[in-house]
Ligand binder design. Structure first.
Ligand code: ZN
Length: 340
């Protein structure tokens, strides 16, 4: 089976690295110590939202073997119809959770649960709460009604006010090692060049579920080949910049450029690559000995800047050109990096 689309992401119970936080939550519930505020501090794509959904169902299900998956609460939750479960996410395009959304949520939470059970709200990503929204949420955390659970998910909890952090019990979620991520993706999505895809997209298994690994590998190989040519002074830079800027996968292209420069730096300082497939795909310059690392680091800064600005109205083509022109100078004496 080739990797195909996957409409339903695997639940937290299907992610072995989430077993320890799941055990903690089960113990807290069994002891009647389920937190009012729960902050899931996840590494990007490590499954924080899947864990949050598990935590929500655990709070809502009233059976001893919760979440049983069979009772009325569980069935309503699974089809996103539970009357006492709310989800807050940024309103489309705004990338912020606004104060009106939190006030509306607070009103719902102030009502007694429809079926006399728990009331749960999931807020993700919690760091997208703007300042006013965070203040409004704090009031809810300060005056909790019985059996209310607020679940916050954030990869950057330092962006949340300390007053909110201090009222939440924190659970840390990290992605497993690369090999385990690859095995998990193969199990849920089928075989594919997952090591290369994870090298480009980051070790984020839940994010990678939505990716087409063959396409990521194709763009990575093409980009690596072109950058090697650019470093050797043989690439039509304006033409490539123009084509890449118009391409649908601009963000993926930037991720590939970043991966290539990082791989060059690692090679120059003698660091082994995590993905052996990436090395054997033979798109890296042959020898790191004459690379100018300071120059490569500056190029990397340029890529970060472009990633930051990619959603603005910048001239992508021109920005890419500016990034590519200095590439030959990163190899001292203009030594062309060989493409094998
Ligand atoms: Zn149940």
């Amino acid at each position: 089976m080739e990797a195909g689309p996957n409409p339903d992401p695997p639940s937290a119970l299907q992610a072995p690295w989430l077993a320890p936080p799941i055990a903690l939550l089960r113990r807290a519930r069994a002891a009647g110590r389920y937190p009012t505020g729960l902050l899931i501090h996840d590494e990007r794509g490590a499954g924080g939202v899947a864990l949050a959904r598990f935590a929500a169902q655990l709070a809502l299900c009233r059976r001893p073997n919760a979440p049983c998956g069979e009772c009325r609460d569980c069935r309503q939750f699974i089809v996103s119809q539970h009357p006492d479960f709310s989800e807050l996410a940024p309103i489309e395009d705004s990338r912020q959770i606004r104060v009106e959304q939190v006030r509306e949520l607070a009103e719902r939470l102030a009502l007694t649960a429809h079926a006399g059970g728990a009331t749960v709200a999931l807020i993700a990503p919690a760091d997208s709460l703007n300042a006013n929204a965070a203040n409004a949420l704090l009031k809810t955390l300060e005056e909790p009604r019985g059996a209310v659970t607020l679940i916050l998910v954030s990869a950057q909890p330092s962006r949340l006010p300390a007053t909110i952090l201090s009222r939440c019990q924190r659970l840390r979620v990290s992605a497993p090692a690369r090999a385990a991520c690859v095995a998990w993706l193969e199990r849920h999505r089928g075989p594919g060049p997952w090591p290369v895809a994870l090298e480009v997209l980051g070790n984020a298994p839940y994010d990678a579920l939505a990716a087409d690994p063959a396409e990521v590998a194709r763009v990575m190989t093409e980009t690596g080949r072109a950058l090697s040519e650019a470093a050797a002074g043989r690439l039509d830079i304006p033409g490539s910049a123009e084509r890449w800027a118009r391409g649908e996968s601009f963000e993926l292209r930037l991720a590939c450029i970043e991966t290539w420069i990082t791989a060059c730096i690692d090679a120059a300082i003698g660091l082994p690559r995590q993905s052996s497939e990436l090395c054997s795909s033979a798109y890296l310059p042959e020898s790191g000995s004459d690379m100018n690392i300071a120059m490569l680091l500056r190029l990397l800064d340029g890529v970060y800047e472009l990633r930051r600005l990619r959603l603005t109205s910048i001239n992508r083509s021109l920005a890419l050109e500016q990034l590519l022109w200095p590439l030959p100078r990163a190899w001292r004496g203009g030594a062309p990096p060989a493409y094998r």
